[in-house]
Design a protein around this ligand. Structure first.
Ligand code: GLP
Length: 264
């Protein structure tokens, strides 16, 4: 596990984008697992800049998004489909046919639909690089506390805390979705490499629990301690409650000196 402490949000966004860009340059047909949430916006913006100014090419990249609200169509302004178009796909050259985002409106048998989503990931060769944010309750994707570490793509009921946190994106009086389709913890842990982004002091407690706390389904991000190639790209505020901060800084220095490829 690598913990990259950055001064602030801009720096962490650039750092995360640098790692994604490097993955795409070394494997132009890479499969990326993508996340939504305000934390990822700066990274997507920087990737769009690298595309526009330096020709970073996404034409062969395949993407799978982590999750989508149940009941929101692709045109709904708060859907993750819409978020992705506005914050990333509209600015880069990912081919439409290579974009996969769970459909929250199919109705009927979600089990079959979710199994097909899993199959599509496998058929694409698995996820090379999975981007994650983290909820205040430690969730990744919409894997709320007590989600099984073996879980796969499925319907998940959202906790009140998550509904409250995300209410700000919805209009006054607008009904908040109570459920979502999300990749499971088991799905996420199969990615070859994982990047988790976190910013701000509101995330400090859960980030410390995820990195240094016990591995527990009560903080689903703690599952990442089981993965062999995870990088936490966080800022000082989000890292403020980490006990081993000084150690992570030394590891960053030594890694830059001796194994710089580990950082790319
Ligand atoms: C939602 C998403 C998560 C994301 C989280 C954090 O719950 N399903 O994937 O990590 O929000 O969002 P933010 O970055 O806005 O704090």
């Amino acid at each position: 596990m690598l913990v990259l402490l950055n001064a602030g949000y801009e720096e962490l966004s650039r750092e995360a984008a640098r790692i994604v860009a490097s993955a795409v340059r070394s494997k132009p047909n890479a499969t990326l697992g993508l996340a939504t949430g305000s934390t990822t916006v700066g990274m997507y913006k920087e990737l769009a800049r690298l595309h526009q100014e330096q020709g970073l090419d996404f034409s062969r990249v395949v993407t799978f998004n982590l999750d989508e609200y149940l009941g929101l169509g692709a045109e709904h302004p708060q859907s993750f489909h819409c978020f992705m178009r506005e914050n990333f796909f509209g600015d880069v050259n990912v081919a439409e046919r290579n974009i996969h985002i769970p459909d929250g409106t199919i109705g009927g048998d979600y089990e079959d639909y979710c199994a097909a989503y899993e199959r599509a990931i496998r058929d694409a060769g698995g996820i090379d690089l999975q981007i994650l944010g983290i909820g205040r309750n430690g969730h990744v994707g919409f894997n709320e506390p007590t989600s099984s570490f073996g879980s796969r793509t499925r319907l998940k009921v959202l906790t009140n805390e998550t509904i409250d946190d995300n209410r700000k994106f919805f209009g006054a009086g607008e009904e908040m979705p109570q459920c979502a389709i999300t990749m499971g913890i088991g799905t996420i842990l199969e990615a070859k490499k994982i990047l988790l982004l976190a910013t701000g002091e509101a995330k400090a407690e859960t980030v410390a629990e995820a990195i240094e706390g016990p591995i527990t389904a009560s903080v689903t991000a703690s599952c990442l301690q089981l993965h062999p190639d995870v990088t936490f790209v966080i800022d000082e505020a989000a890292g403020a409650q980490l006990k081993q901060r000084d150690y992570y800084r030394r590891v960053m220095e030594m890694t830059a000196r001796f194994t710089p490829n580990r950082l790319s």
